[in-house]
Structure formats: C-alpha cells, structure tokens
Design a protein around this ligand. Structure first.
Ligand code: MTE
Ligand code: MO
Length: 166
C-alpha cells in the first residue's frame, strides 16, 4: 500500500538532485548520475517551438521517465488500467516552472510517449544543471522543463464521486 505524502521530502536542495514523491511506495531522491547509471539511456533528436524564441533543435539522452517512476512503485495496482489512467505527474523546475503530465501519456497501454529525463543536452552532461524533461511528442517547448527539482505523482479523484470498482 502506498503512503501518500503531501509535502516534498525535507532535503537540502542541491544542484542536480530531484525528488520523486506523492502517492508512491518508495519516495526517492536521485542525482543525474543515478539516472545515467541505473537505467538504459535513450537518445532523442527534437525540434520544439518556443513562443518567444522560435524553433529550437536539441539532442537529448537519458532514461525513460516511465522506467524511473516505476521503481518508486506509484500507488496504483499495475494490473488495473483504469486505475493507472487516473494518475497525474507534476514536474517542477529549478525556477518553479511546473507542468502536468498524465501517467497514461507515458504508459505503453495508452499514449506510450517516450518522455525522457535527460542527463545530457547537446553533448553537455547535466550533472550540475540538473535533469531536463523531454517530451518529444510536444510541438511546443513549455514542458521541456530544465533543472528538474521534483516530480509529484498522485491519483486524481473527482470530488464527490466514488471511483468505480471495475
Ligand atoms: N525550468 C524551466 N524550464 C523551462 C522553462 C522555464 O521557464 N523554466 N521554459 C520552457 C520553455 S517555454 C521553452 S521554449 C524551453 C526553451 O528551451 P531552450 O531555450 O533551452 O531551447 O524551455 C522550457 N523549459
Ligand atoms: Mo518557450
């Protein structure tokens, strides 16, 4: 059973470290170096549009967000698709810019988007800057969140509506 937590784990904010917290059985804190060593690295060549700076072309490398989050054991029964489909992810950047993804977006049974937590940007290692979210299916750059400090996971429950049992 997962233990929901409402506050990020108390830990010193260090460059390149981020926490995964919320409705997960194993909240964790990871460095960019952990991301490089613990998971298969994927490459993504992307172009996204910035509202102020126009098209940006970058090459990223890093693990799949899904595989990193799987290790924290999000608080759903993995065998139940409808339960998974209620989960949200909020990714926070070093400057407070944060954006929402759904679990279903990255889950291969649903959107299956190959979202990465990049450890490298255009050949530069991100150990000091911090991991960067890479959403290759996005046309715009707003969710390419840099200097990630935290990822919150939680199941969304509509107020006043009991979730179905099937
Ligand atoms: N932490 C953080 N990440 C962010 C932003 C931000 O304001 N803060 N802006 C986003 C936006 S709007 C864009 S277009 C891209 C720009 O990326 P680039 O200038 O590094 O190519 O970063 C994204 N990541
Ligand atoms: Mo942007």
């Amino acid at each position: 059973m997962s233990r929901p937590s409402t506050a990020p784990p108390a830990m010193p904010v260090r460059a390149g470290v981020f926490s995964v917290w919320g409705e997960v059985a194993h909240p964790t804190s990871l460095t960019v170096s952990d991301l490089r060593q613990g998971w298969e690295q994927h490459r993504a060549e992307v172009v996204f549009d910035c509202a102020t700076a126009g098209p940006q072309r970058h090459t990223f490398a890093g693990p799949l967000l899904l595989e990193v989050l799987d290790r924290t054991h999000p608080g759903f029964d993995p065998a139940r698709r409808k339960e998974r489909s209620r989960f949200l992810l909020v990714v926070n950047g070093g400057d407070g810019h944060h954006a929402v993804l759904s679990w279903a977006e990255i889950d291969p049974d649903f959107g299956g988007s190959p979202v990465l937590l990049a450890t490298r940007l255009d050949g530069e290692e991100l150990d000091t800057a911090g991991a960067q979210l890479v959403v290759p299916s996005d046309r715009c750059g707003a969710r390419y969140i840099s200097a990630v400090t935290g990822i919150w996971i939680g199941g969304c429950r509509l107020p006043g509506v009991a979730p179905s049992e099937s």
